[in-house]
Ligand binder design. Structure first.
Ligand code: DGL
Length: 269
C-alpha cells in the first residue's frame, strides 16, 4: 500500500484525458497534474527542447513525494521518455507502448493508422514499437499540427466548421488507406473522438493513448502493491501560465468539476 500521489504532466490540457481514466479506474488515488501552458504546443519542437522541457516537468512533479509518474503527453513519450527513464529511479510510464498493445489487440486487417503531433510522427516511435511486437502490421502515420491549438481553444465539437474542415483534410487520406484501427497518439485528441469518428466511420476503432496508459499505470501499481489505502482521491492542478481557458476547459476534459488551477514558475525547475 502506498498513499503518495501520482504525478501526471502534459504540455497543456490534453493529459487530463488520461487523468479522467485514472479517476475512473483508480478513484481513490491523489493526482498532481501539471500542464505546461506557458509553452504549449510541444508538438512542433525539436528533440533537444522537448527533453529540456520534459526534465523540468519531471523535476517539478518530483518536488512532491510522488510514487509514480505518467507522461500523459504523446510528444514527450515519443521523444524523451527513454532518457527520462534512464535518469529516474521512479517508475515513469508513457503512452506509446500501451496504445500500440491495444491497437494490435483490435486490428483485424493489420493496417493501423496513427494521428499525432509532428514531433511524434517524426520520431517513428509508434512504428518501431509496433514492428517489435508484430512485424506484419503496417502503420500509416499522419501529423495533425492544427489539432492541439484548436482543442486548447475549445474548437473540438461536432458542427464546428473549422475543426471539421481541418479534420477532413487530415483524415480522409488515412481513411483511403483502408485502416481499421486509428491510434489517437496525442492526449488532446480524445476530445475530437466524435469529429474523428464521424469522418472515419464505424469500421475504424479509435485507440485512446492516454486511457490505455492509465490502465497500464493501474496494472503497474497493482503489481508493485502500491495502490493507496484511502477511500477518497483528489486532483491538484498546476499550470505554468494560468489562462481562463485552462480553468474553463478542464472540467470538459475531466468530465467532472475541476479544482482551481495553481500557478508554477517552471523556469525554476
Ligand atoms: N497532448 C500532447 C501530446 O500528447 C500535445 C502536444 C503539443 O503540445 O503539441 O502530444
Amino acid at each position: 500500500m502506498d498513499d503518495r500521489p501520482i504525478g501526471v504532466f502534459d504540455s497543456g490540457l490534453g493529459g487530463l484525458t488520461a487523468v479522467r481514466e485514472i479517476r475512473s479506474i483508480l478513484p481513490f488515488e491523489n493526482i498532481i497534474y501539471f500542464g505546461d501552458t506557458s509553452r504549449v504546443p510541444y508538438g512542433g519542437r525539436s528533440q533537444e527542447i522537448l527533453l529540456k522541457y520534459a526534465r523540468q516537468d519531471v523535476h517539478f512533479l518530483r518536488s512532491f513525494d510522488i510514487k509514480a509518474l505518467l507522461v500523459a503527453c504523446g510528444t514527450v513519450s515519443t521523444t524523451a521518455l527513454p532518457t527520462l527513464e534512464k535518469e529516474s529511479d521512479l517508475p515513469i510510464l508513457g503512452v506509446v507502448e500501451p496504445a500500440c498493445r491495444r491497437a494490435l489487440a483490435v486490428t483485424r486487417n493489420k493496417r493501423v493508422g496513427l494521428i499525432a503531433t509532428a514531433a511524434s510522427v517524426r520520431s517513428g516511435a509508434y512504428e518501431r514499437t509496433i514492428a517489435a511486437m508484430d512485424g506484419e502490421v503496417t502503420v500509416i502515420a499522419r501529423a495533425c499540427p492544427l489539432f492541439v491549438p484548436l482543442v486548447e481553444n475549445g474548437r473540438y465539437r461536432v458542427g464546428d466548421s473549422v475543426i471539421e474542415t481541418v479534420a477532413r483534410e487530415y483524415l480522409e487520406p488515412l481513411k483511403a488507406e483502408g485502416i481499421d484501427t486509428l491510434i489517437l497518439g496525442c492526449t488532446h485528441y480524445p476530445l475530437l473522438e466524435e469529429v474523428v469518428g464521424q469522418i472515419m466511420g464505424p469500421g475504424v476503432t479509435l485507440v485512446d493513448s492516454g486511457a490505455q496508459a492509465a490502465r497500464q499505470l493501474k496494472a503497474s501499481l497493482t503489481e508493485r502493491d502500491a495502490l493507496c489505502g484511502r477511500r477518497q482521491g483528489s486532483i491538484t492542478l498546476y499550470a505554468s501560465d494560468i489562462t481562463g481557458d485552462f480553468g474553463a476547459l478542464a472540467p470538459q476534459f475531466l468530465r467532472e468539476p475541476a479544482p482551481g488551477v495553481l500557478e508554477v514558475d517552471i523556469d525554476k525547475y
